[in-house]
Design a protein around this ligand. Structure first.
Ligand SMILES: Nc1ncnc2c1ncn2[C@@H]1O[C@H](COP(=O)(O)OP(=O)(O)OP(=O)(O)O)[C@@H](O)[C@H]1O
Length: 210
């Protein structure tokens, strides 16, 4: 599904990683790990199309993502480091707004998605009155509304409690078992039962993939 070929990333004249290649198939989960500053977020942003690599390319279903952005954007769900939630809107309004601008999000699934992330009863509370973990849950509700095949998740467990982490791990596994694929960055230790590959960015420009 996804092919990454000879990717290099430089930031402020520093080599973050060099000549990185891998591919991801339907049903696979890939965890990117590595020390702070190793380039995990930079890699996720390149894979999302938001950041330009200095060399190499990213191909979705054989097509360069730079060539057909609209097809890629329909197939890919990107949840960044920041929640992207507007604090002056309610969870319901935030998700309605996101569904209006992203065609892969189904607005009819908003009530069940909010229930899945345990925000039933908070639908109409302005997000600035919610906790950090509850705001993260509003953002994660998109995982229950999206028909995108490829999920790109940057630190999705941030501020999430133990029950929420388990719920999120299950949702990722469910997505993979239905033929989707997931790339996530996390410092969190995933359970042995969660079948996944790992890409370790070493922080010196090199990497190891299993
Ligand atoms: N906007 C930016 N402009 C210039 N350099 C940046 C920028 N953002 C990050 N960098 C640099 O790129 C390198 C990789 O940063 P990145 O955020 O990708 O690391 P990370 O592995 O995600 O780190 P963390 O685990 O702390 O989230 C760091 O050395 C950082 O200083």
């Amino acid at each position: 599904m996804l092919q990454v070929v000879g990717l290099s990333c430089e930031r402020d004249d520093h080599d973050i990683f060099h000549n990185l290649s891998f591919s991801l198939q339907s049903g696979e989960i890939l965890q990117i790990d590595g020390p702070n500053g190793a380039g995990k977020t930079s890699l996720i942003r390149i894979l999302s199309g938001l950041l330009q690599s200095s060399e190499g390319g990213v191909y979705w279903q054989g097509e360069d993502i730079a060539e057909d952005r609209s097809a890629y954007n329909k197939a890919m769900l990107y949840l960044g480091h920041c929640t992207g939630i507007n604090p002056s809107l309610t969870p319901l309004e935030n998700l309605q707004w996101l569904a209006a601008i992203h065609t892969h999000l189904d607005s009819t699934l908003i009530p069940s998605a909010l229930k899945s992330v345990a925000l039933e009863g908070y639908e109409d509370v302005p997000c600035h009155q919610l906790s950090a973990g509850q705001n993260r849950r509003v953002s994660l509700a998109r995982l229950y509304m999206s028909c995108a095949t490829f999920w790109l998740l940057d630190e999705p467990f941030t501020a999430i409690d133990r029950q929420g982490v388990g719920m999120l791990e299950s949702q990722m596994q469910r997505h993979a078992s239905r033929g989707g694929c997931v790339i996530l960055t996390t410092h969190h230790v995933l359970p042995e039962s969660m079948c996944r590959r790992t890409l370790s960015l070493r922080g010196n420009g090199s990497y190891v993939i299993n």
